[in-house]
Design a protein around this ligand. Structure first.
Ligand code: SF4
Length: 482
């Protein structure tokens, strides 16, 4: 539990501080008193649950919600009925919204039986004005609705809800604020995500993220390094540097530094043994970054480089700002510098106007790039994005056929690619006891490939050498050395 601020410093008789995060610590302390009074009345602890949808950025925000709730005295619970539930939503594809409405149906029934249960809705979906209007009208039992720009205000919004006695809605259009030193309750003891940027300025024509996560802003390097030093002291050996486009880190700083320079500083932190990062945009992949990665002892040899389409014509329509040739050149540069590198990607099938020729270009890149794995998506029309109003939306049956052909090819090339380490002995960071085989543990190579081998829970969080006895498509079976 990261707790940067000493509660005893906070005087509840003094005026509410204006500066953040002290203002929120003031409300956390105030609510701590409220929680203990409720506990006496109910004769039990108050419980919370964070339901997280979408990406690692959301998962990181949920760790902050959990950290703030724990500071207030709530305890985590997996029960259906809790005293406060937070839905941290995603809106990257249409079906993500539908899933949330499905959950809200169940919550309505629960809330009827448990009127004191507090329901908070936040995350990217709440940045869509139509969604908020729909929630206010059709789901009046929701207690708090807030967005992606003011997650730090969570304690203050709970206090407002208690005082007001009815729904509190607080959505910001945007912000240039970055609030540091909030409590955080991370999911894993031995690894942690670390935000380095928020928002995105790329405006890929199919993507809703820039509209819901706002303009790109980089955290100060000192704050990032301090957080990672504290994580290392707290037992973390692997960090995942997070941003919509980590390659453009530092551009918005008063004293700009590059992502490659930041990585060099993170490399110096004792206790951190593995450094990962996500997500990189090909247009900002610099030779400097490739060089720093190649010379590093800690940066994992796994690079996630979203392609989206292999057709330069479609890439232009997507506003991706690189061509097929440039993408393959980057793949070549990465492989030249690090022949053992594991490359993964994202590919969209069925972007408006995509022809069979365009799709053949995508298959050609998959053949040539030989990805270790690829996340493949069927294009999802997102209201509010330029692509949503484009002509020539591709018929569903055509898209499905292409999607199946792509899956087949990715399956073939990835399997060959992923199996290349069979017989080698490599370091594995042990993550958990295997869910199917209780006498086995599961971990990851630096290449991000999963390995299962005999072992017990005492190995969790440790990096051990494992002999990879059998490749099984997208994972290995192994034996621990020594
Ligand atoms: S880089 Fe493009 S796809 Fe990624 S979050 Fe930004 S706009 Fe979306």
């Amino acid at each position: 539990m990261f707790h940067m601020i000493d509660f005893d410093q906070i005087d509840l008789l003094a005026p509410v501080p204006n500066g953040e995060p002290m203002r929120q610590y003031y409300f956390m302390k105030l609510l701590k008193n409220w929680v203990s009074k409720r506990e006496e009345e109910l004769g039990r602890k108050l419980t919370y649950q964070c339901r997280t949808f979408g990406c690692q950025m959301n998962a990181k925000d949920s760790e902050k919600f959990a950290g703030m709730l724990e500071e207030m005295g709530f305890v985590s619970s997996e029960e259906d009925v809790v005293d406060i539930v937070v839905y941290n939503t995603c809106t990257v594809r249409e079906n993500a919204n539908q899933r949330v409405y499905g959950h809200l149906g169940n919550l309505k029934t629960l809330k009827k039986k448990h009127p004191d249960m507090m329901i908070a809705m936040c995350g990217c979906m709440m940045q869509e004005p139509d969604v908020v209007e729909k929630l206010k009208k059709s789901y009046p039992f929701i207690d708090i609705i807030f967005g992606t720009h003011n997650i730090f205000q969570f304690p203050e919004l709970i206090q407002k809800r208690i005082e007001k006695g009815s729904m509190v809605v607080d959505i910001w259009d945007g912000t240039d604020m970055i609030v540091e030193n909030l409590p955080s309750e991370r999911k894993y003891k031995f690894k942690s995500g670390v935000n380095i940027t928020y928002g995105c300025n790329n405006f890929c024509s199919y993507c809703i993220v820039p509209y819901v996560r706002g303009r790109e802003r980089s955290r100060n390097p000192e704050d990032i390094l301090k957080e990672i030093e504290d994580l290392a002291k707290d037992g973390v050996v692997e960090v995942m540097l997070l941003g919509q486009n980590v390659n453009s880190y530092g551009k918005t700083l008063e004293h700009p530094i590059s992502f490659a320079e930041l990585l060099k500083e993170v490399e110096k932190i004792d206790g951190i043994e593995r450094i990962r990062f996500m997500t990189s945009h090909p247009k900002d992949l610099s030779p400097e970054l490739i060089e720093v990665m190649a010379n590093s002892k800690k940066i994992c040899r796994h690079f996630h480089l979203p392609l989206q389409s292999g057709s330069s014509r479609v890439l232009k329509e997507m506003n991706r700002r690189y061509t097929k040739e440039r993408y393959l050149e980057l793949v070549e540069n990465l492989r030249e510098a690090m022949p053992d590198i594991s490359l993964t990607t994202d590919i969209i099938v069925g972007f408006p106007g995509e022809t069979e020729e365009d799709f053949q270009e995508t298959l050609d890149v998959v053949e040539k790039a030989r990805f270790d794995s690829a996340y493949t998506f069927i294009y999802s029309k997102r209201t509010g994005t330029p692509a949503a109003t484009m002509e020539n939306q591709v018929p569903e049956d055509v898209v499905k056929d292409r999607f199946n052909r792509l899956l087949k090819l990715v399956g073939q090339t990835s399997k060959e690619q992923t199996n290349r380490m069979e017989g080698m002995t490599l370091p594995v960071l042990v993550e958990e006891v295997n869910r199917q085989l209780p006498d086995y543990v599961t971990g990851r190579l630096e290449y991000n490939t999963v390995v299962h081998f005999p072992g017990d829970a005492s190995l969790i969080g440790k990096i051990v050498n494992v002999h990879l006895t059998k490749a099984k498509g997208f994972y290995y079976m192994g034996e621990m050395e020594g």
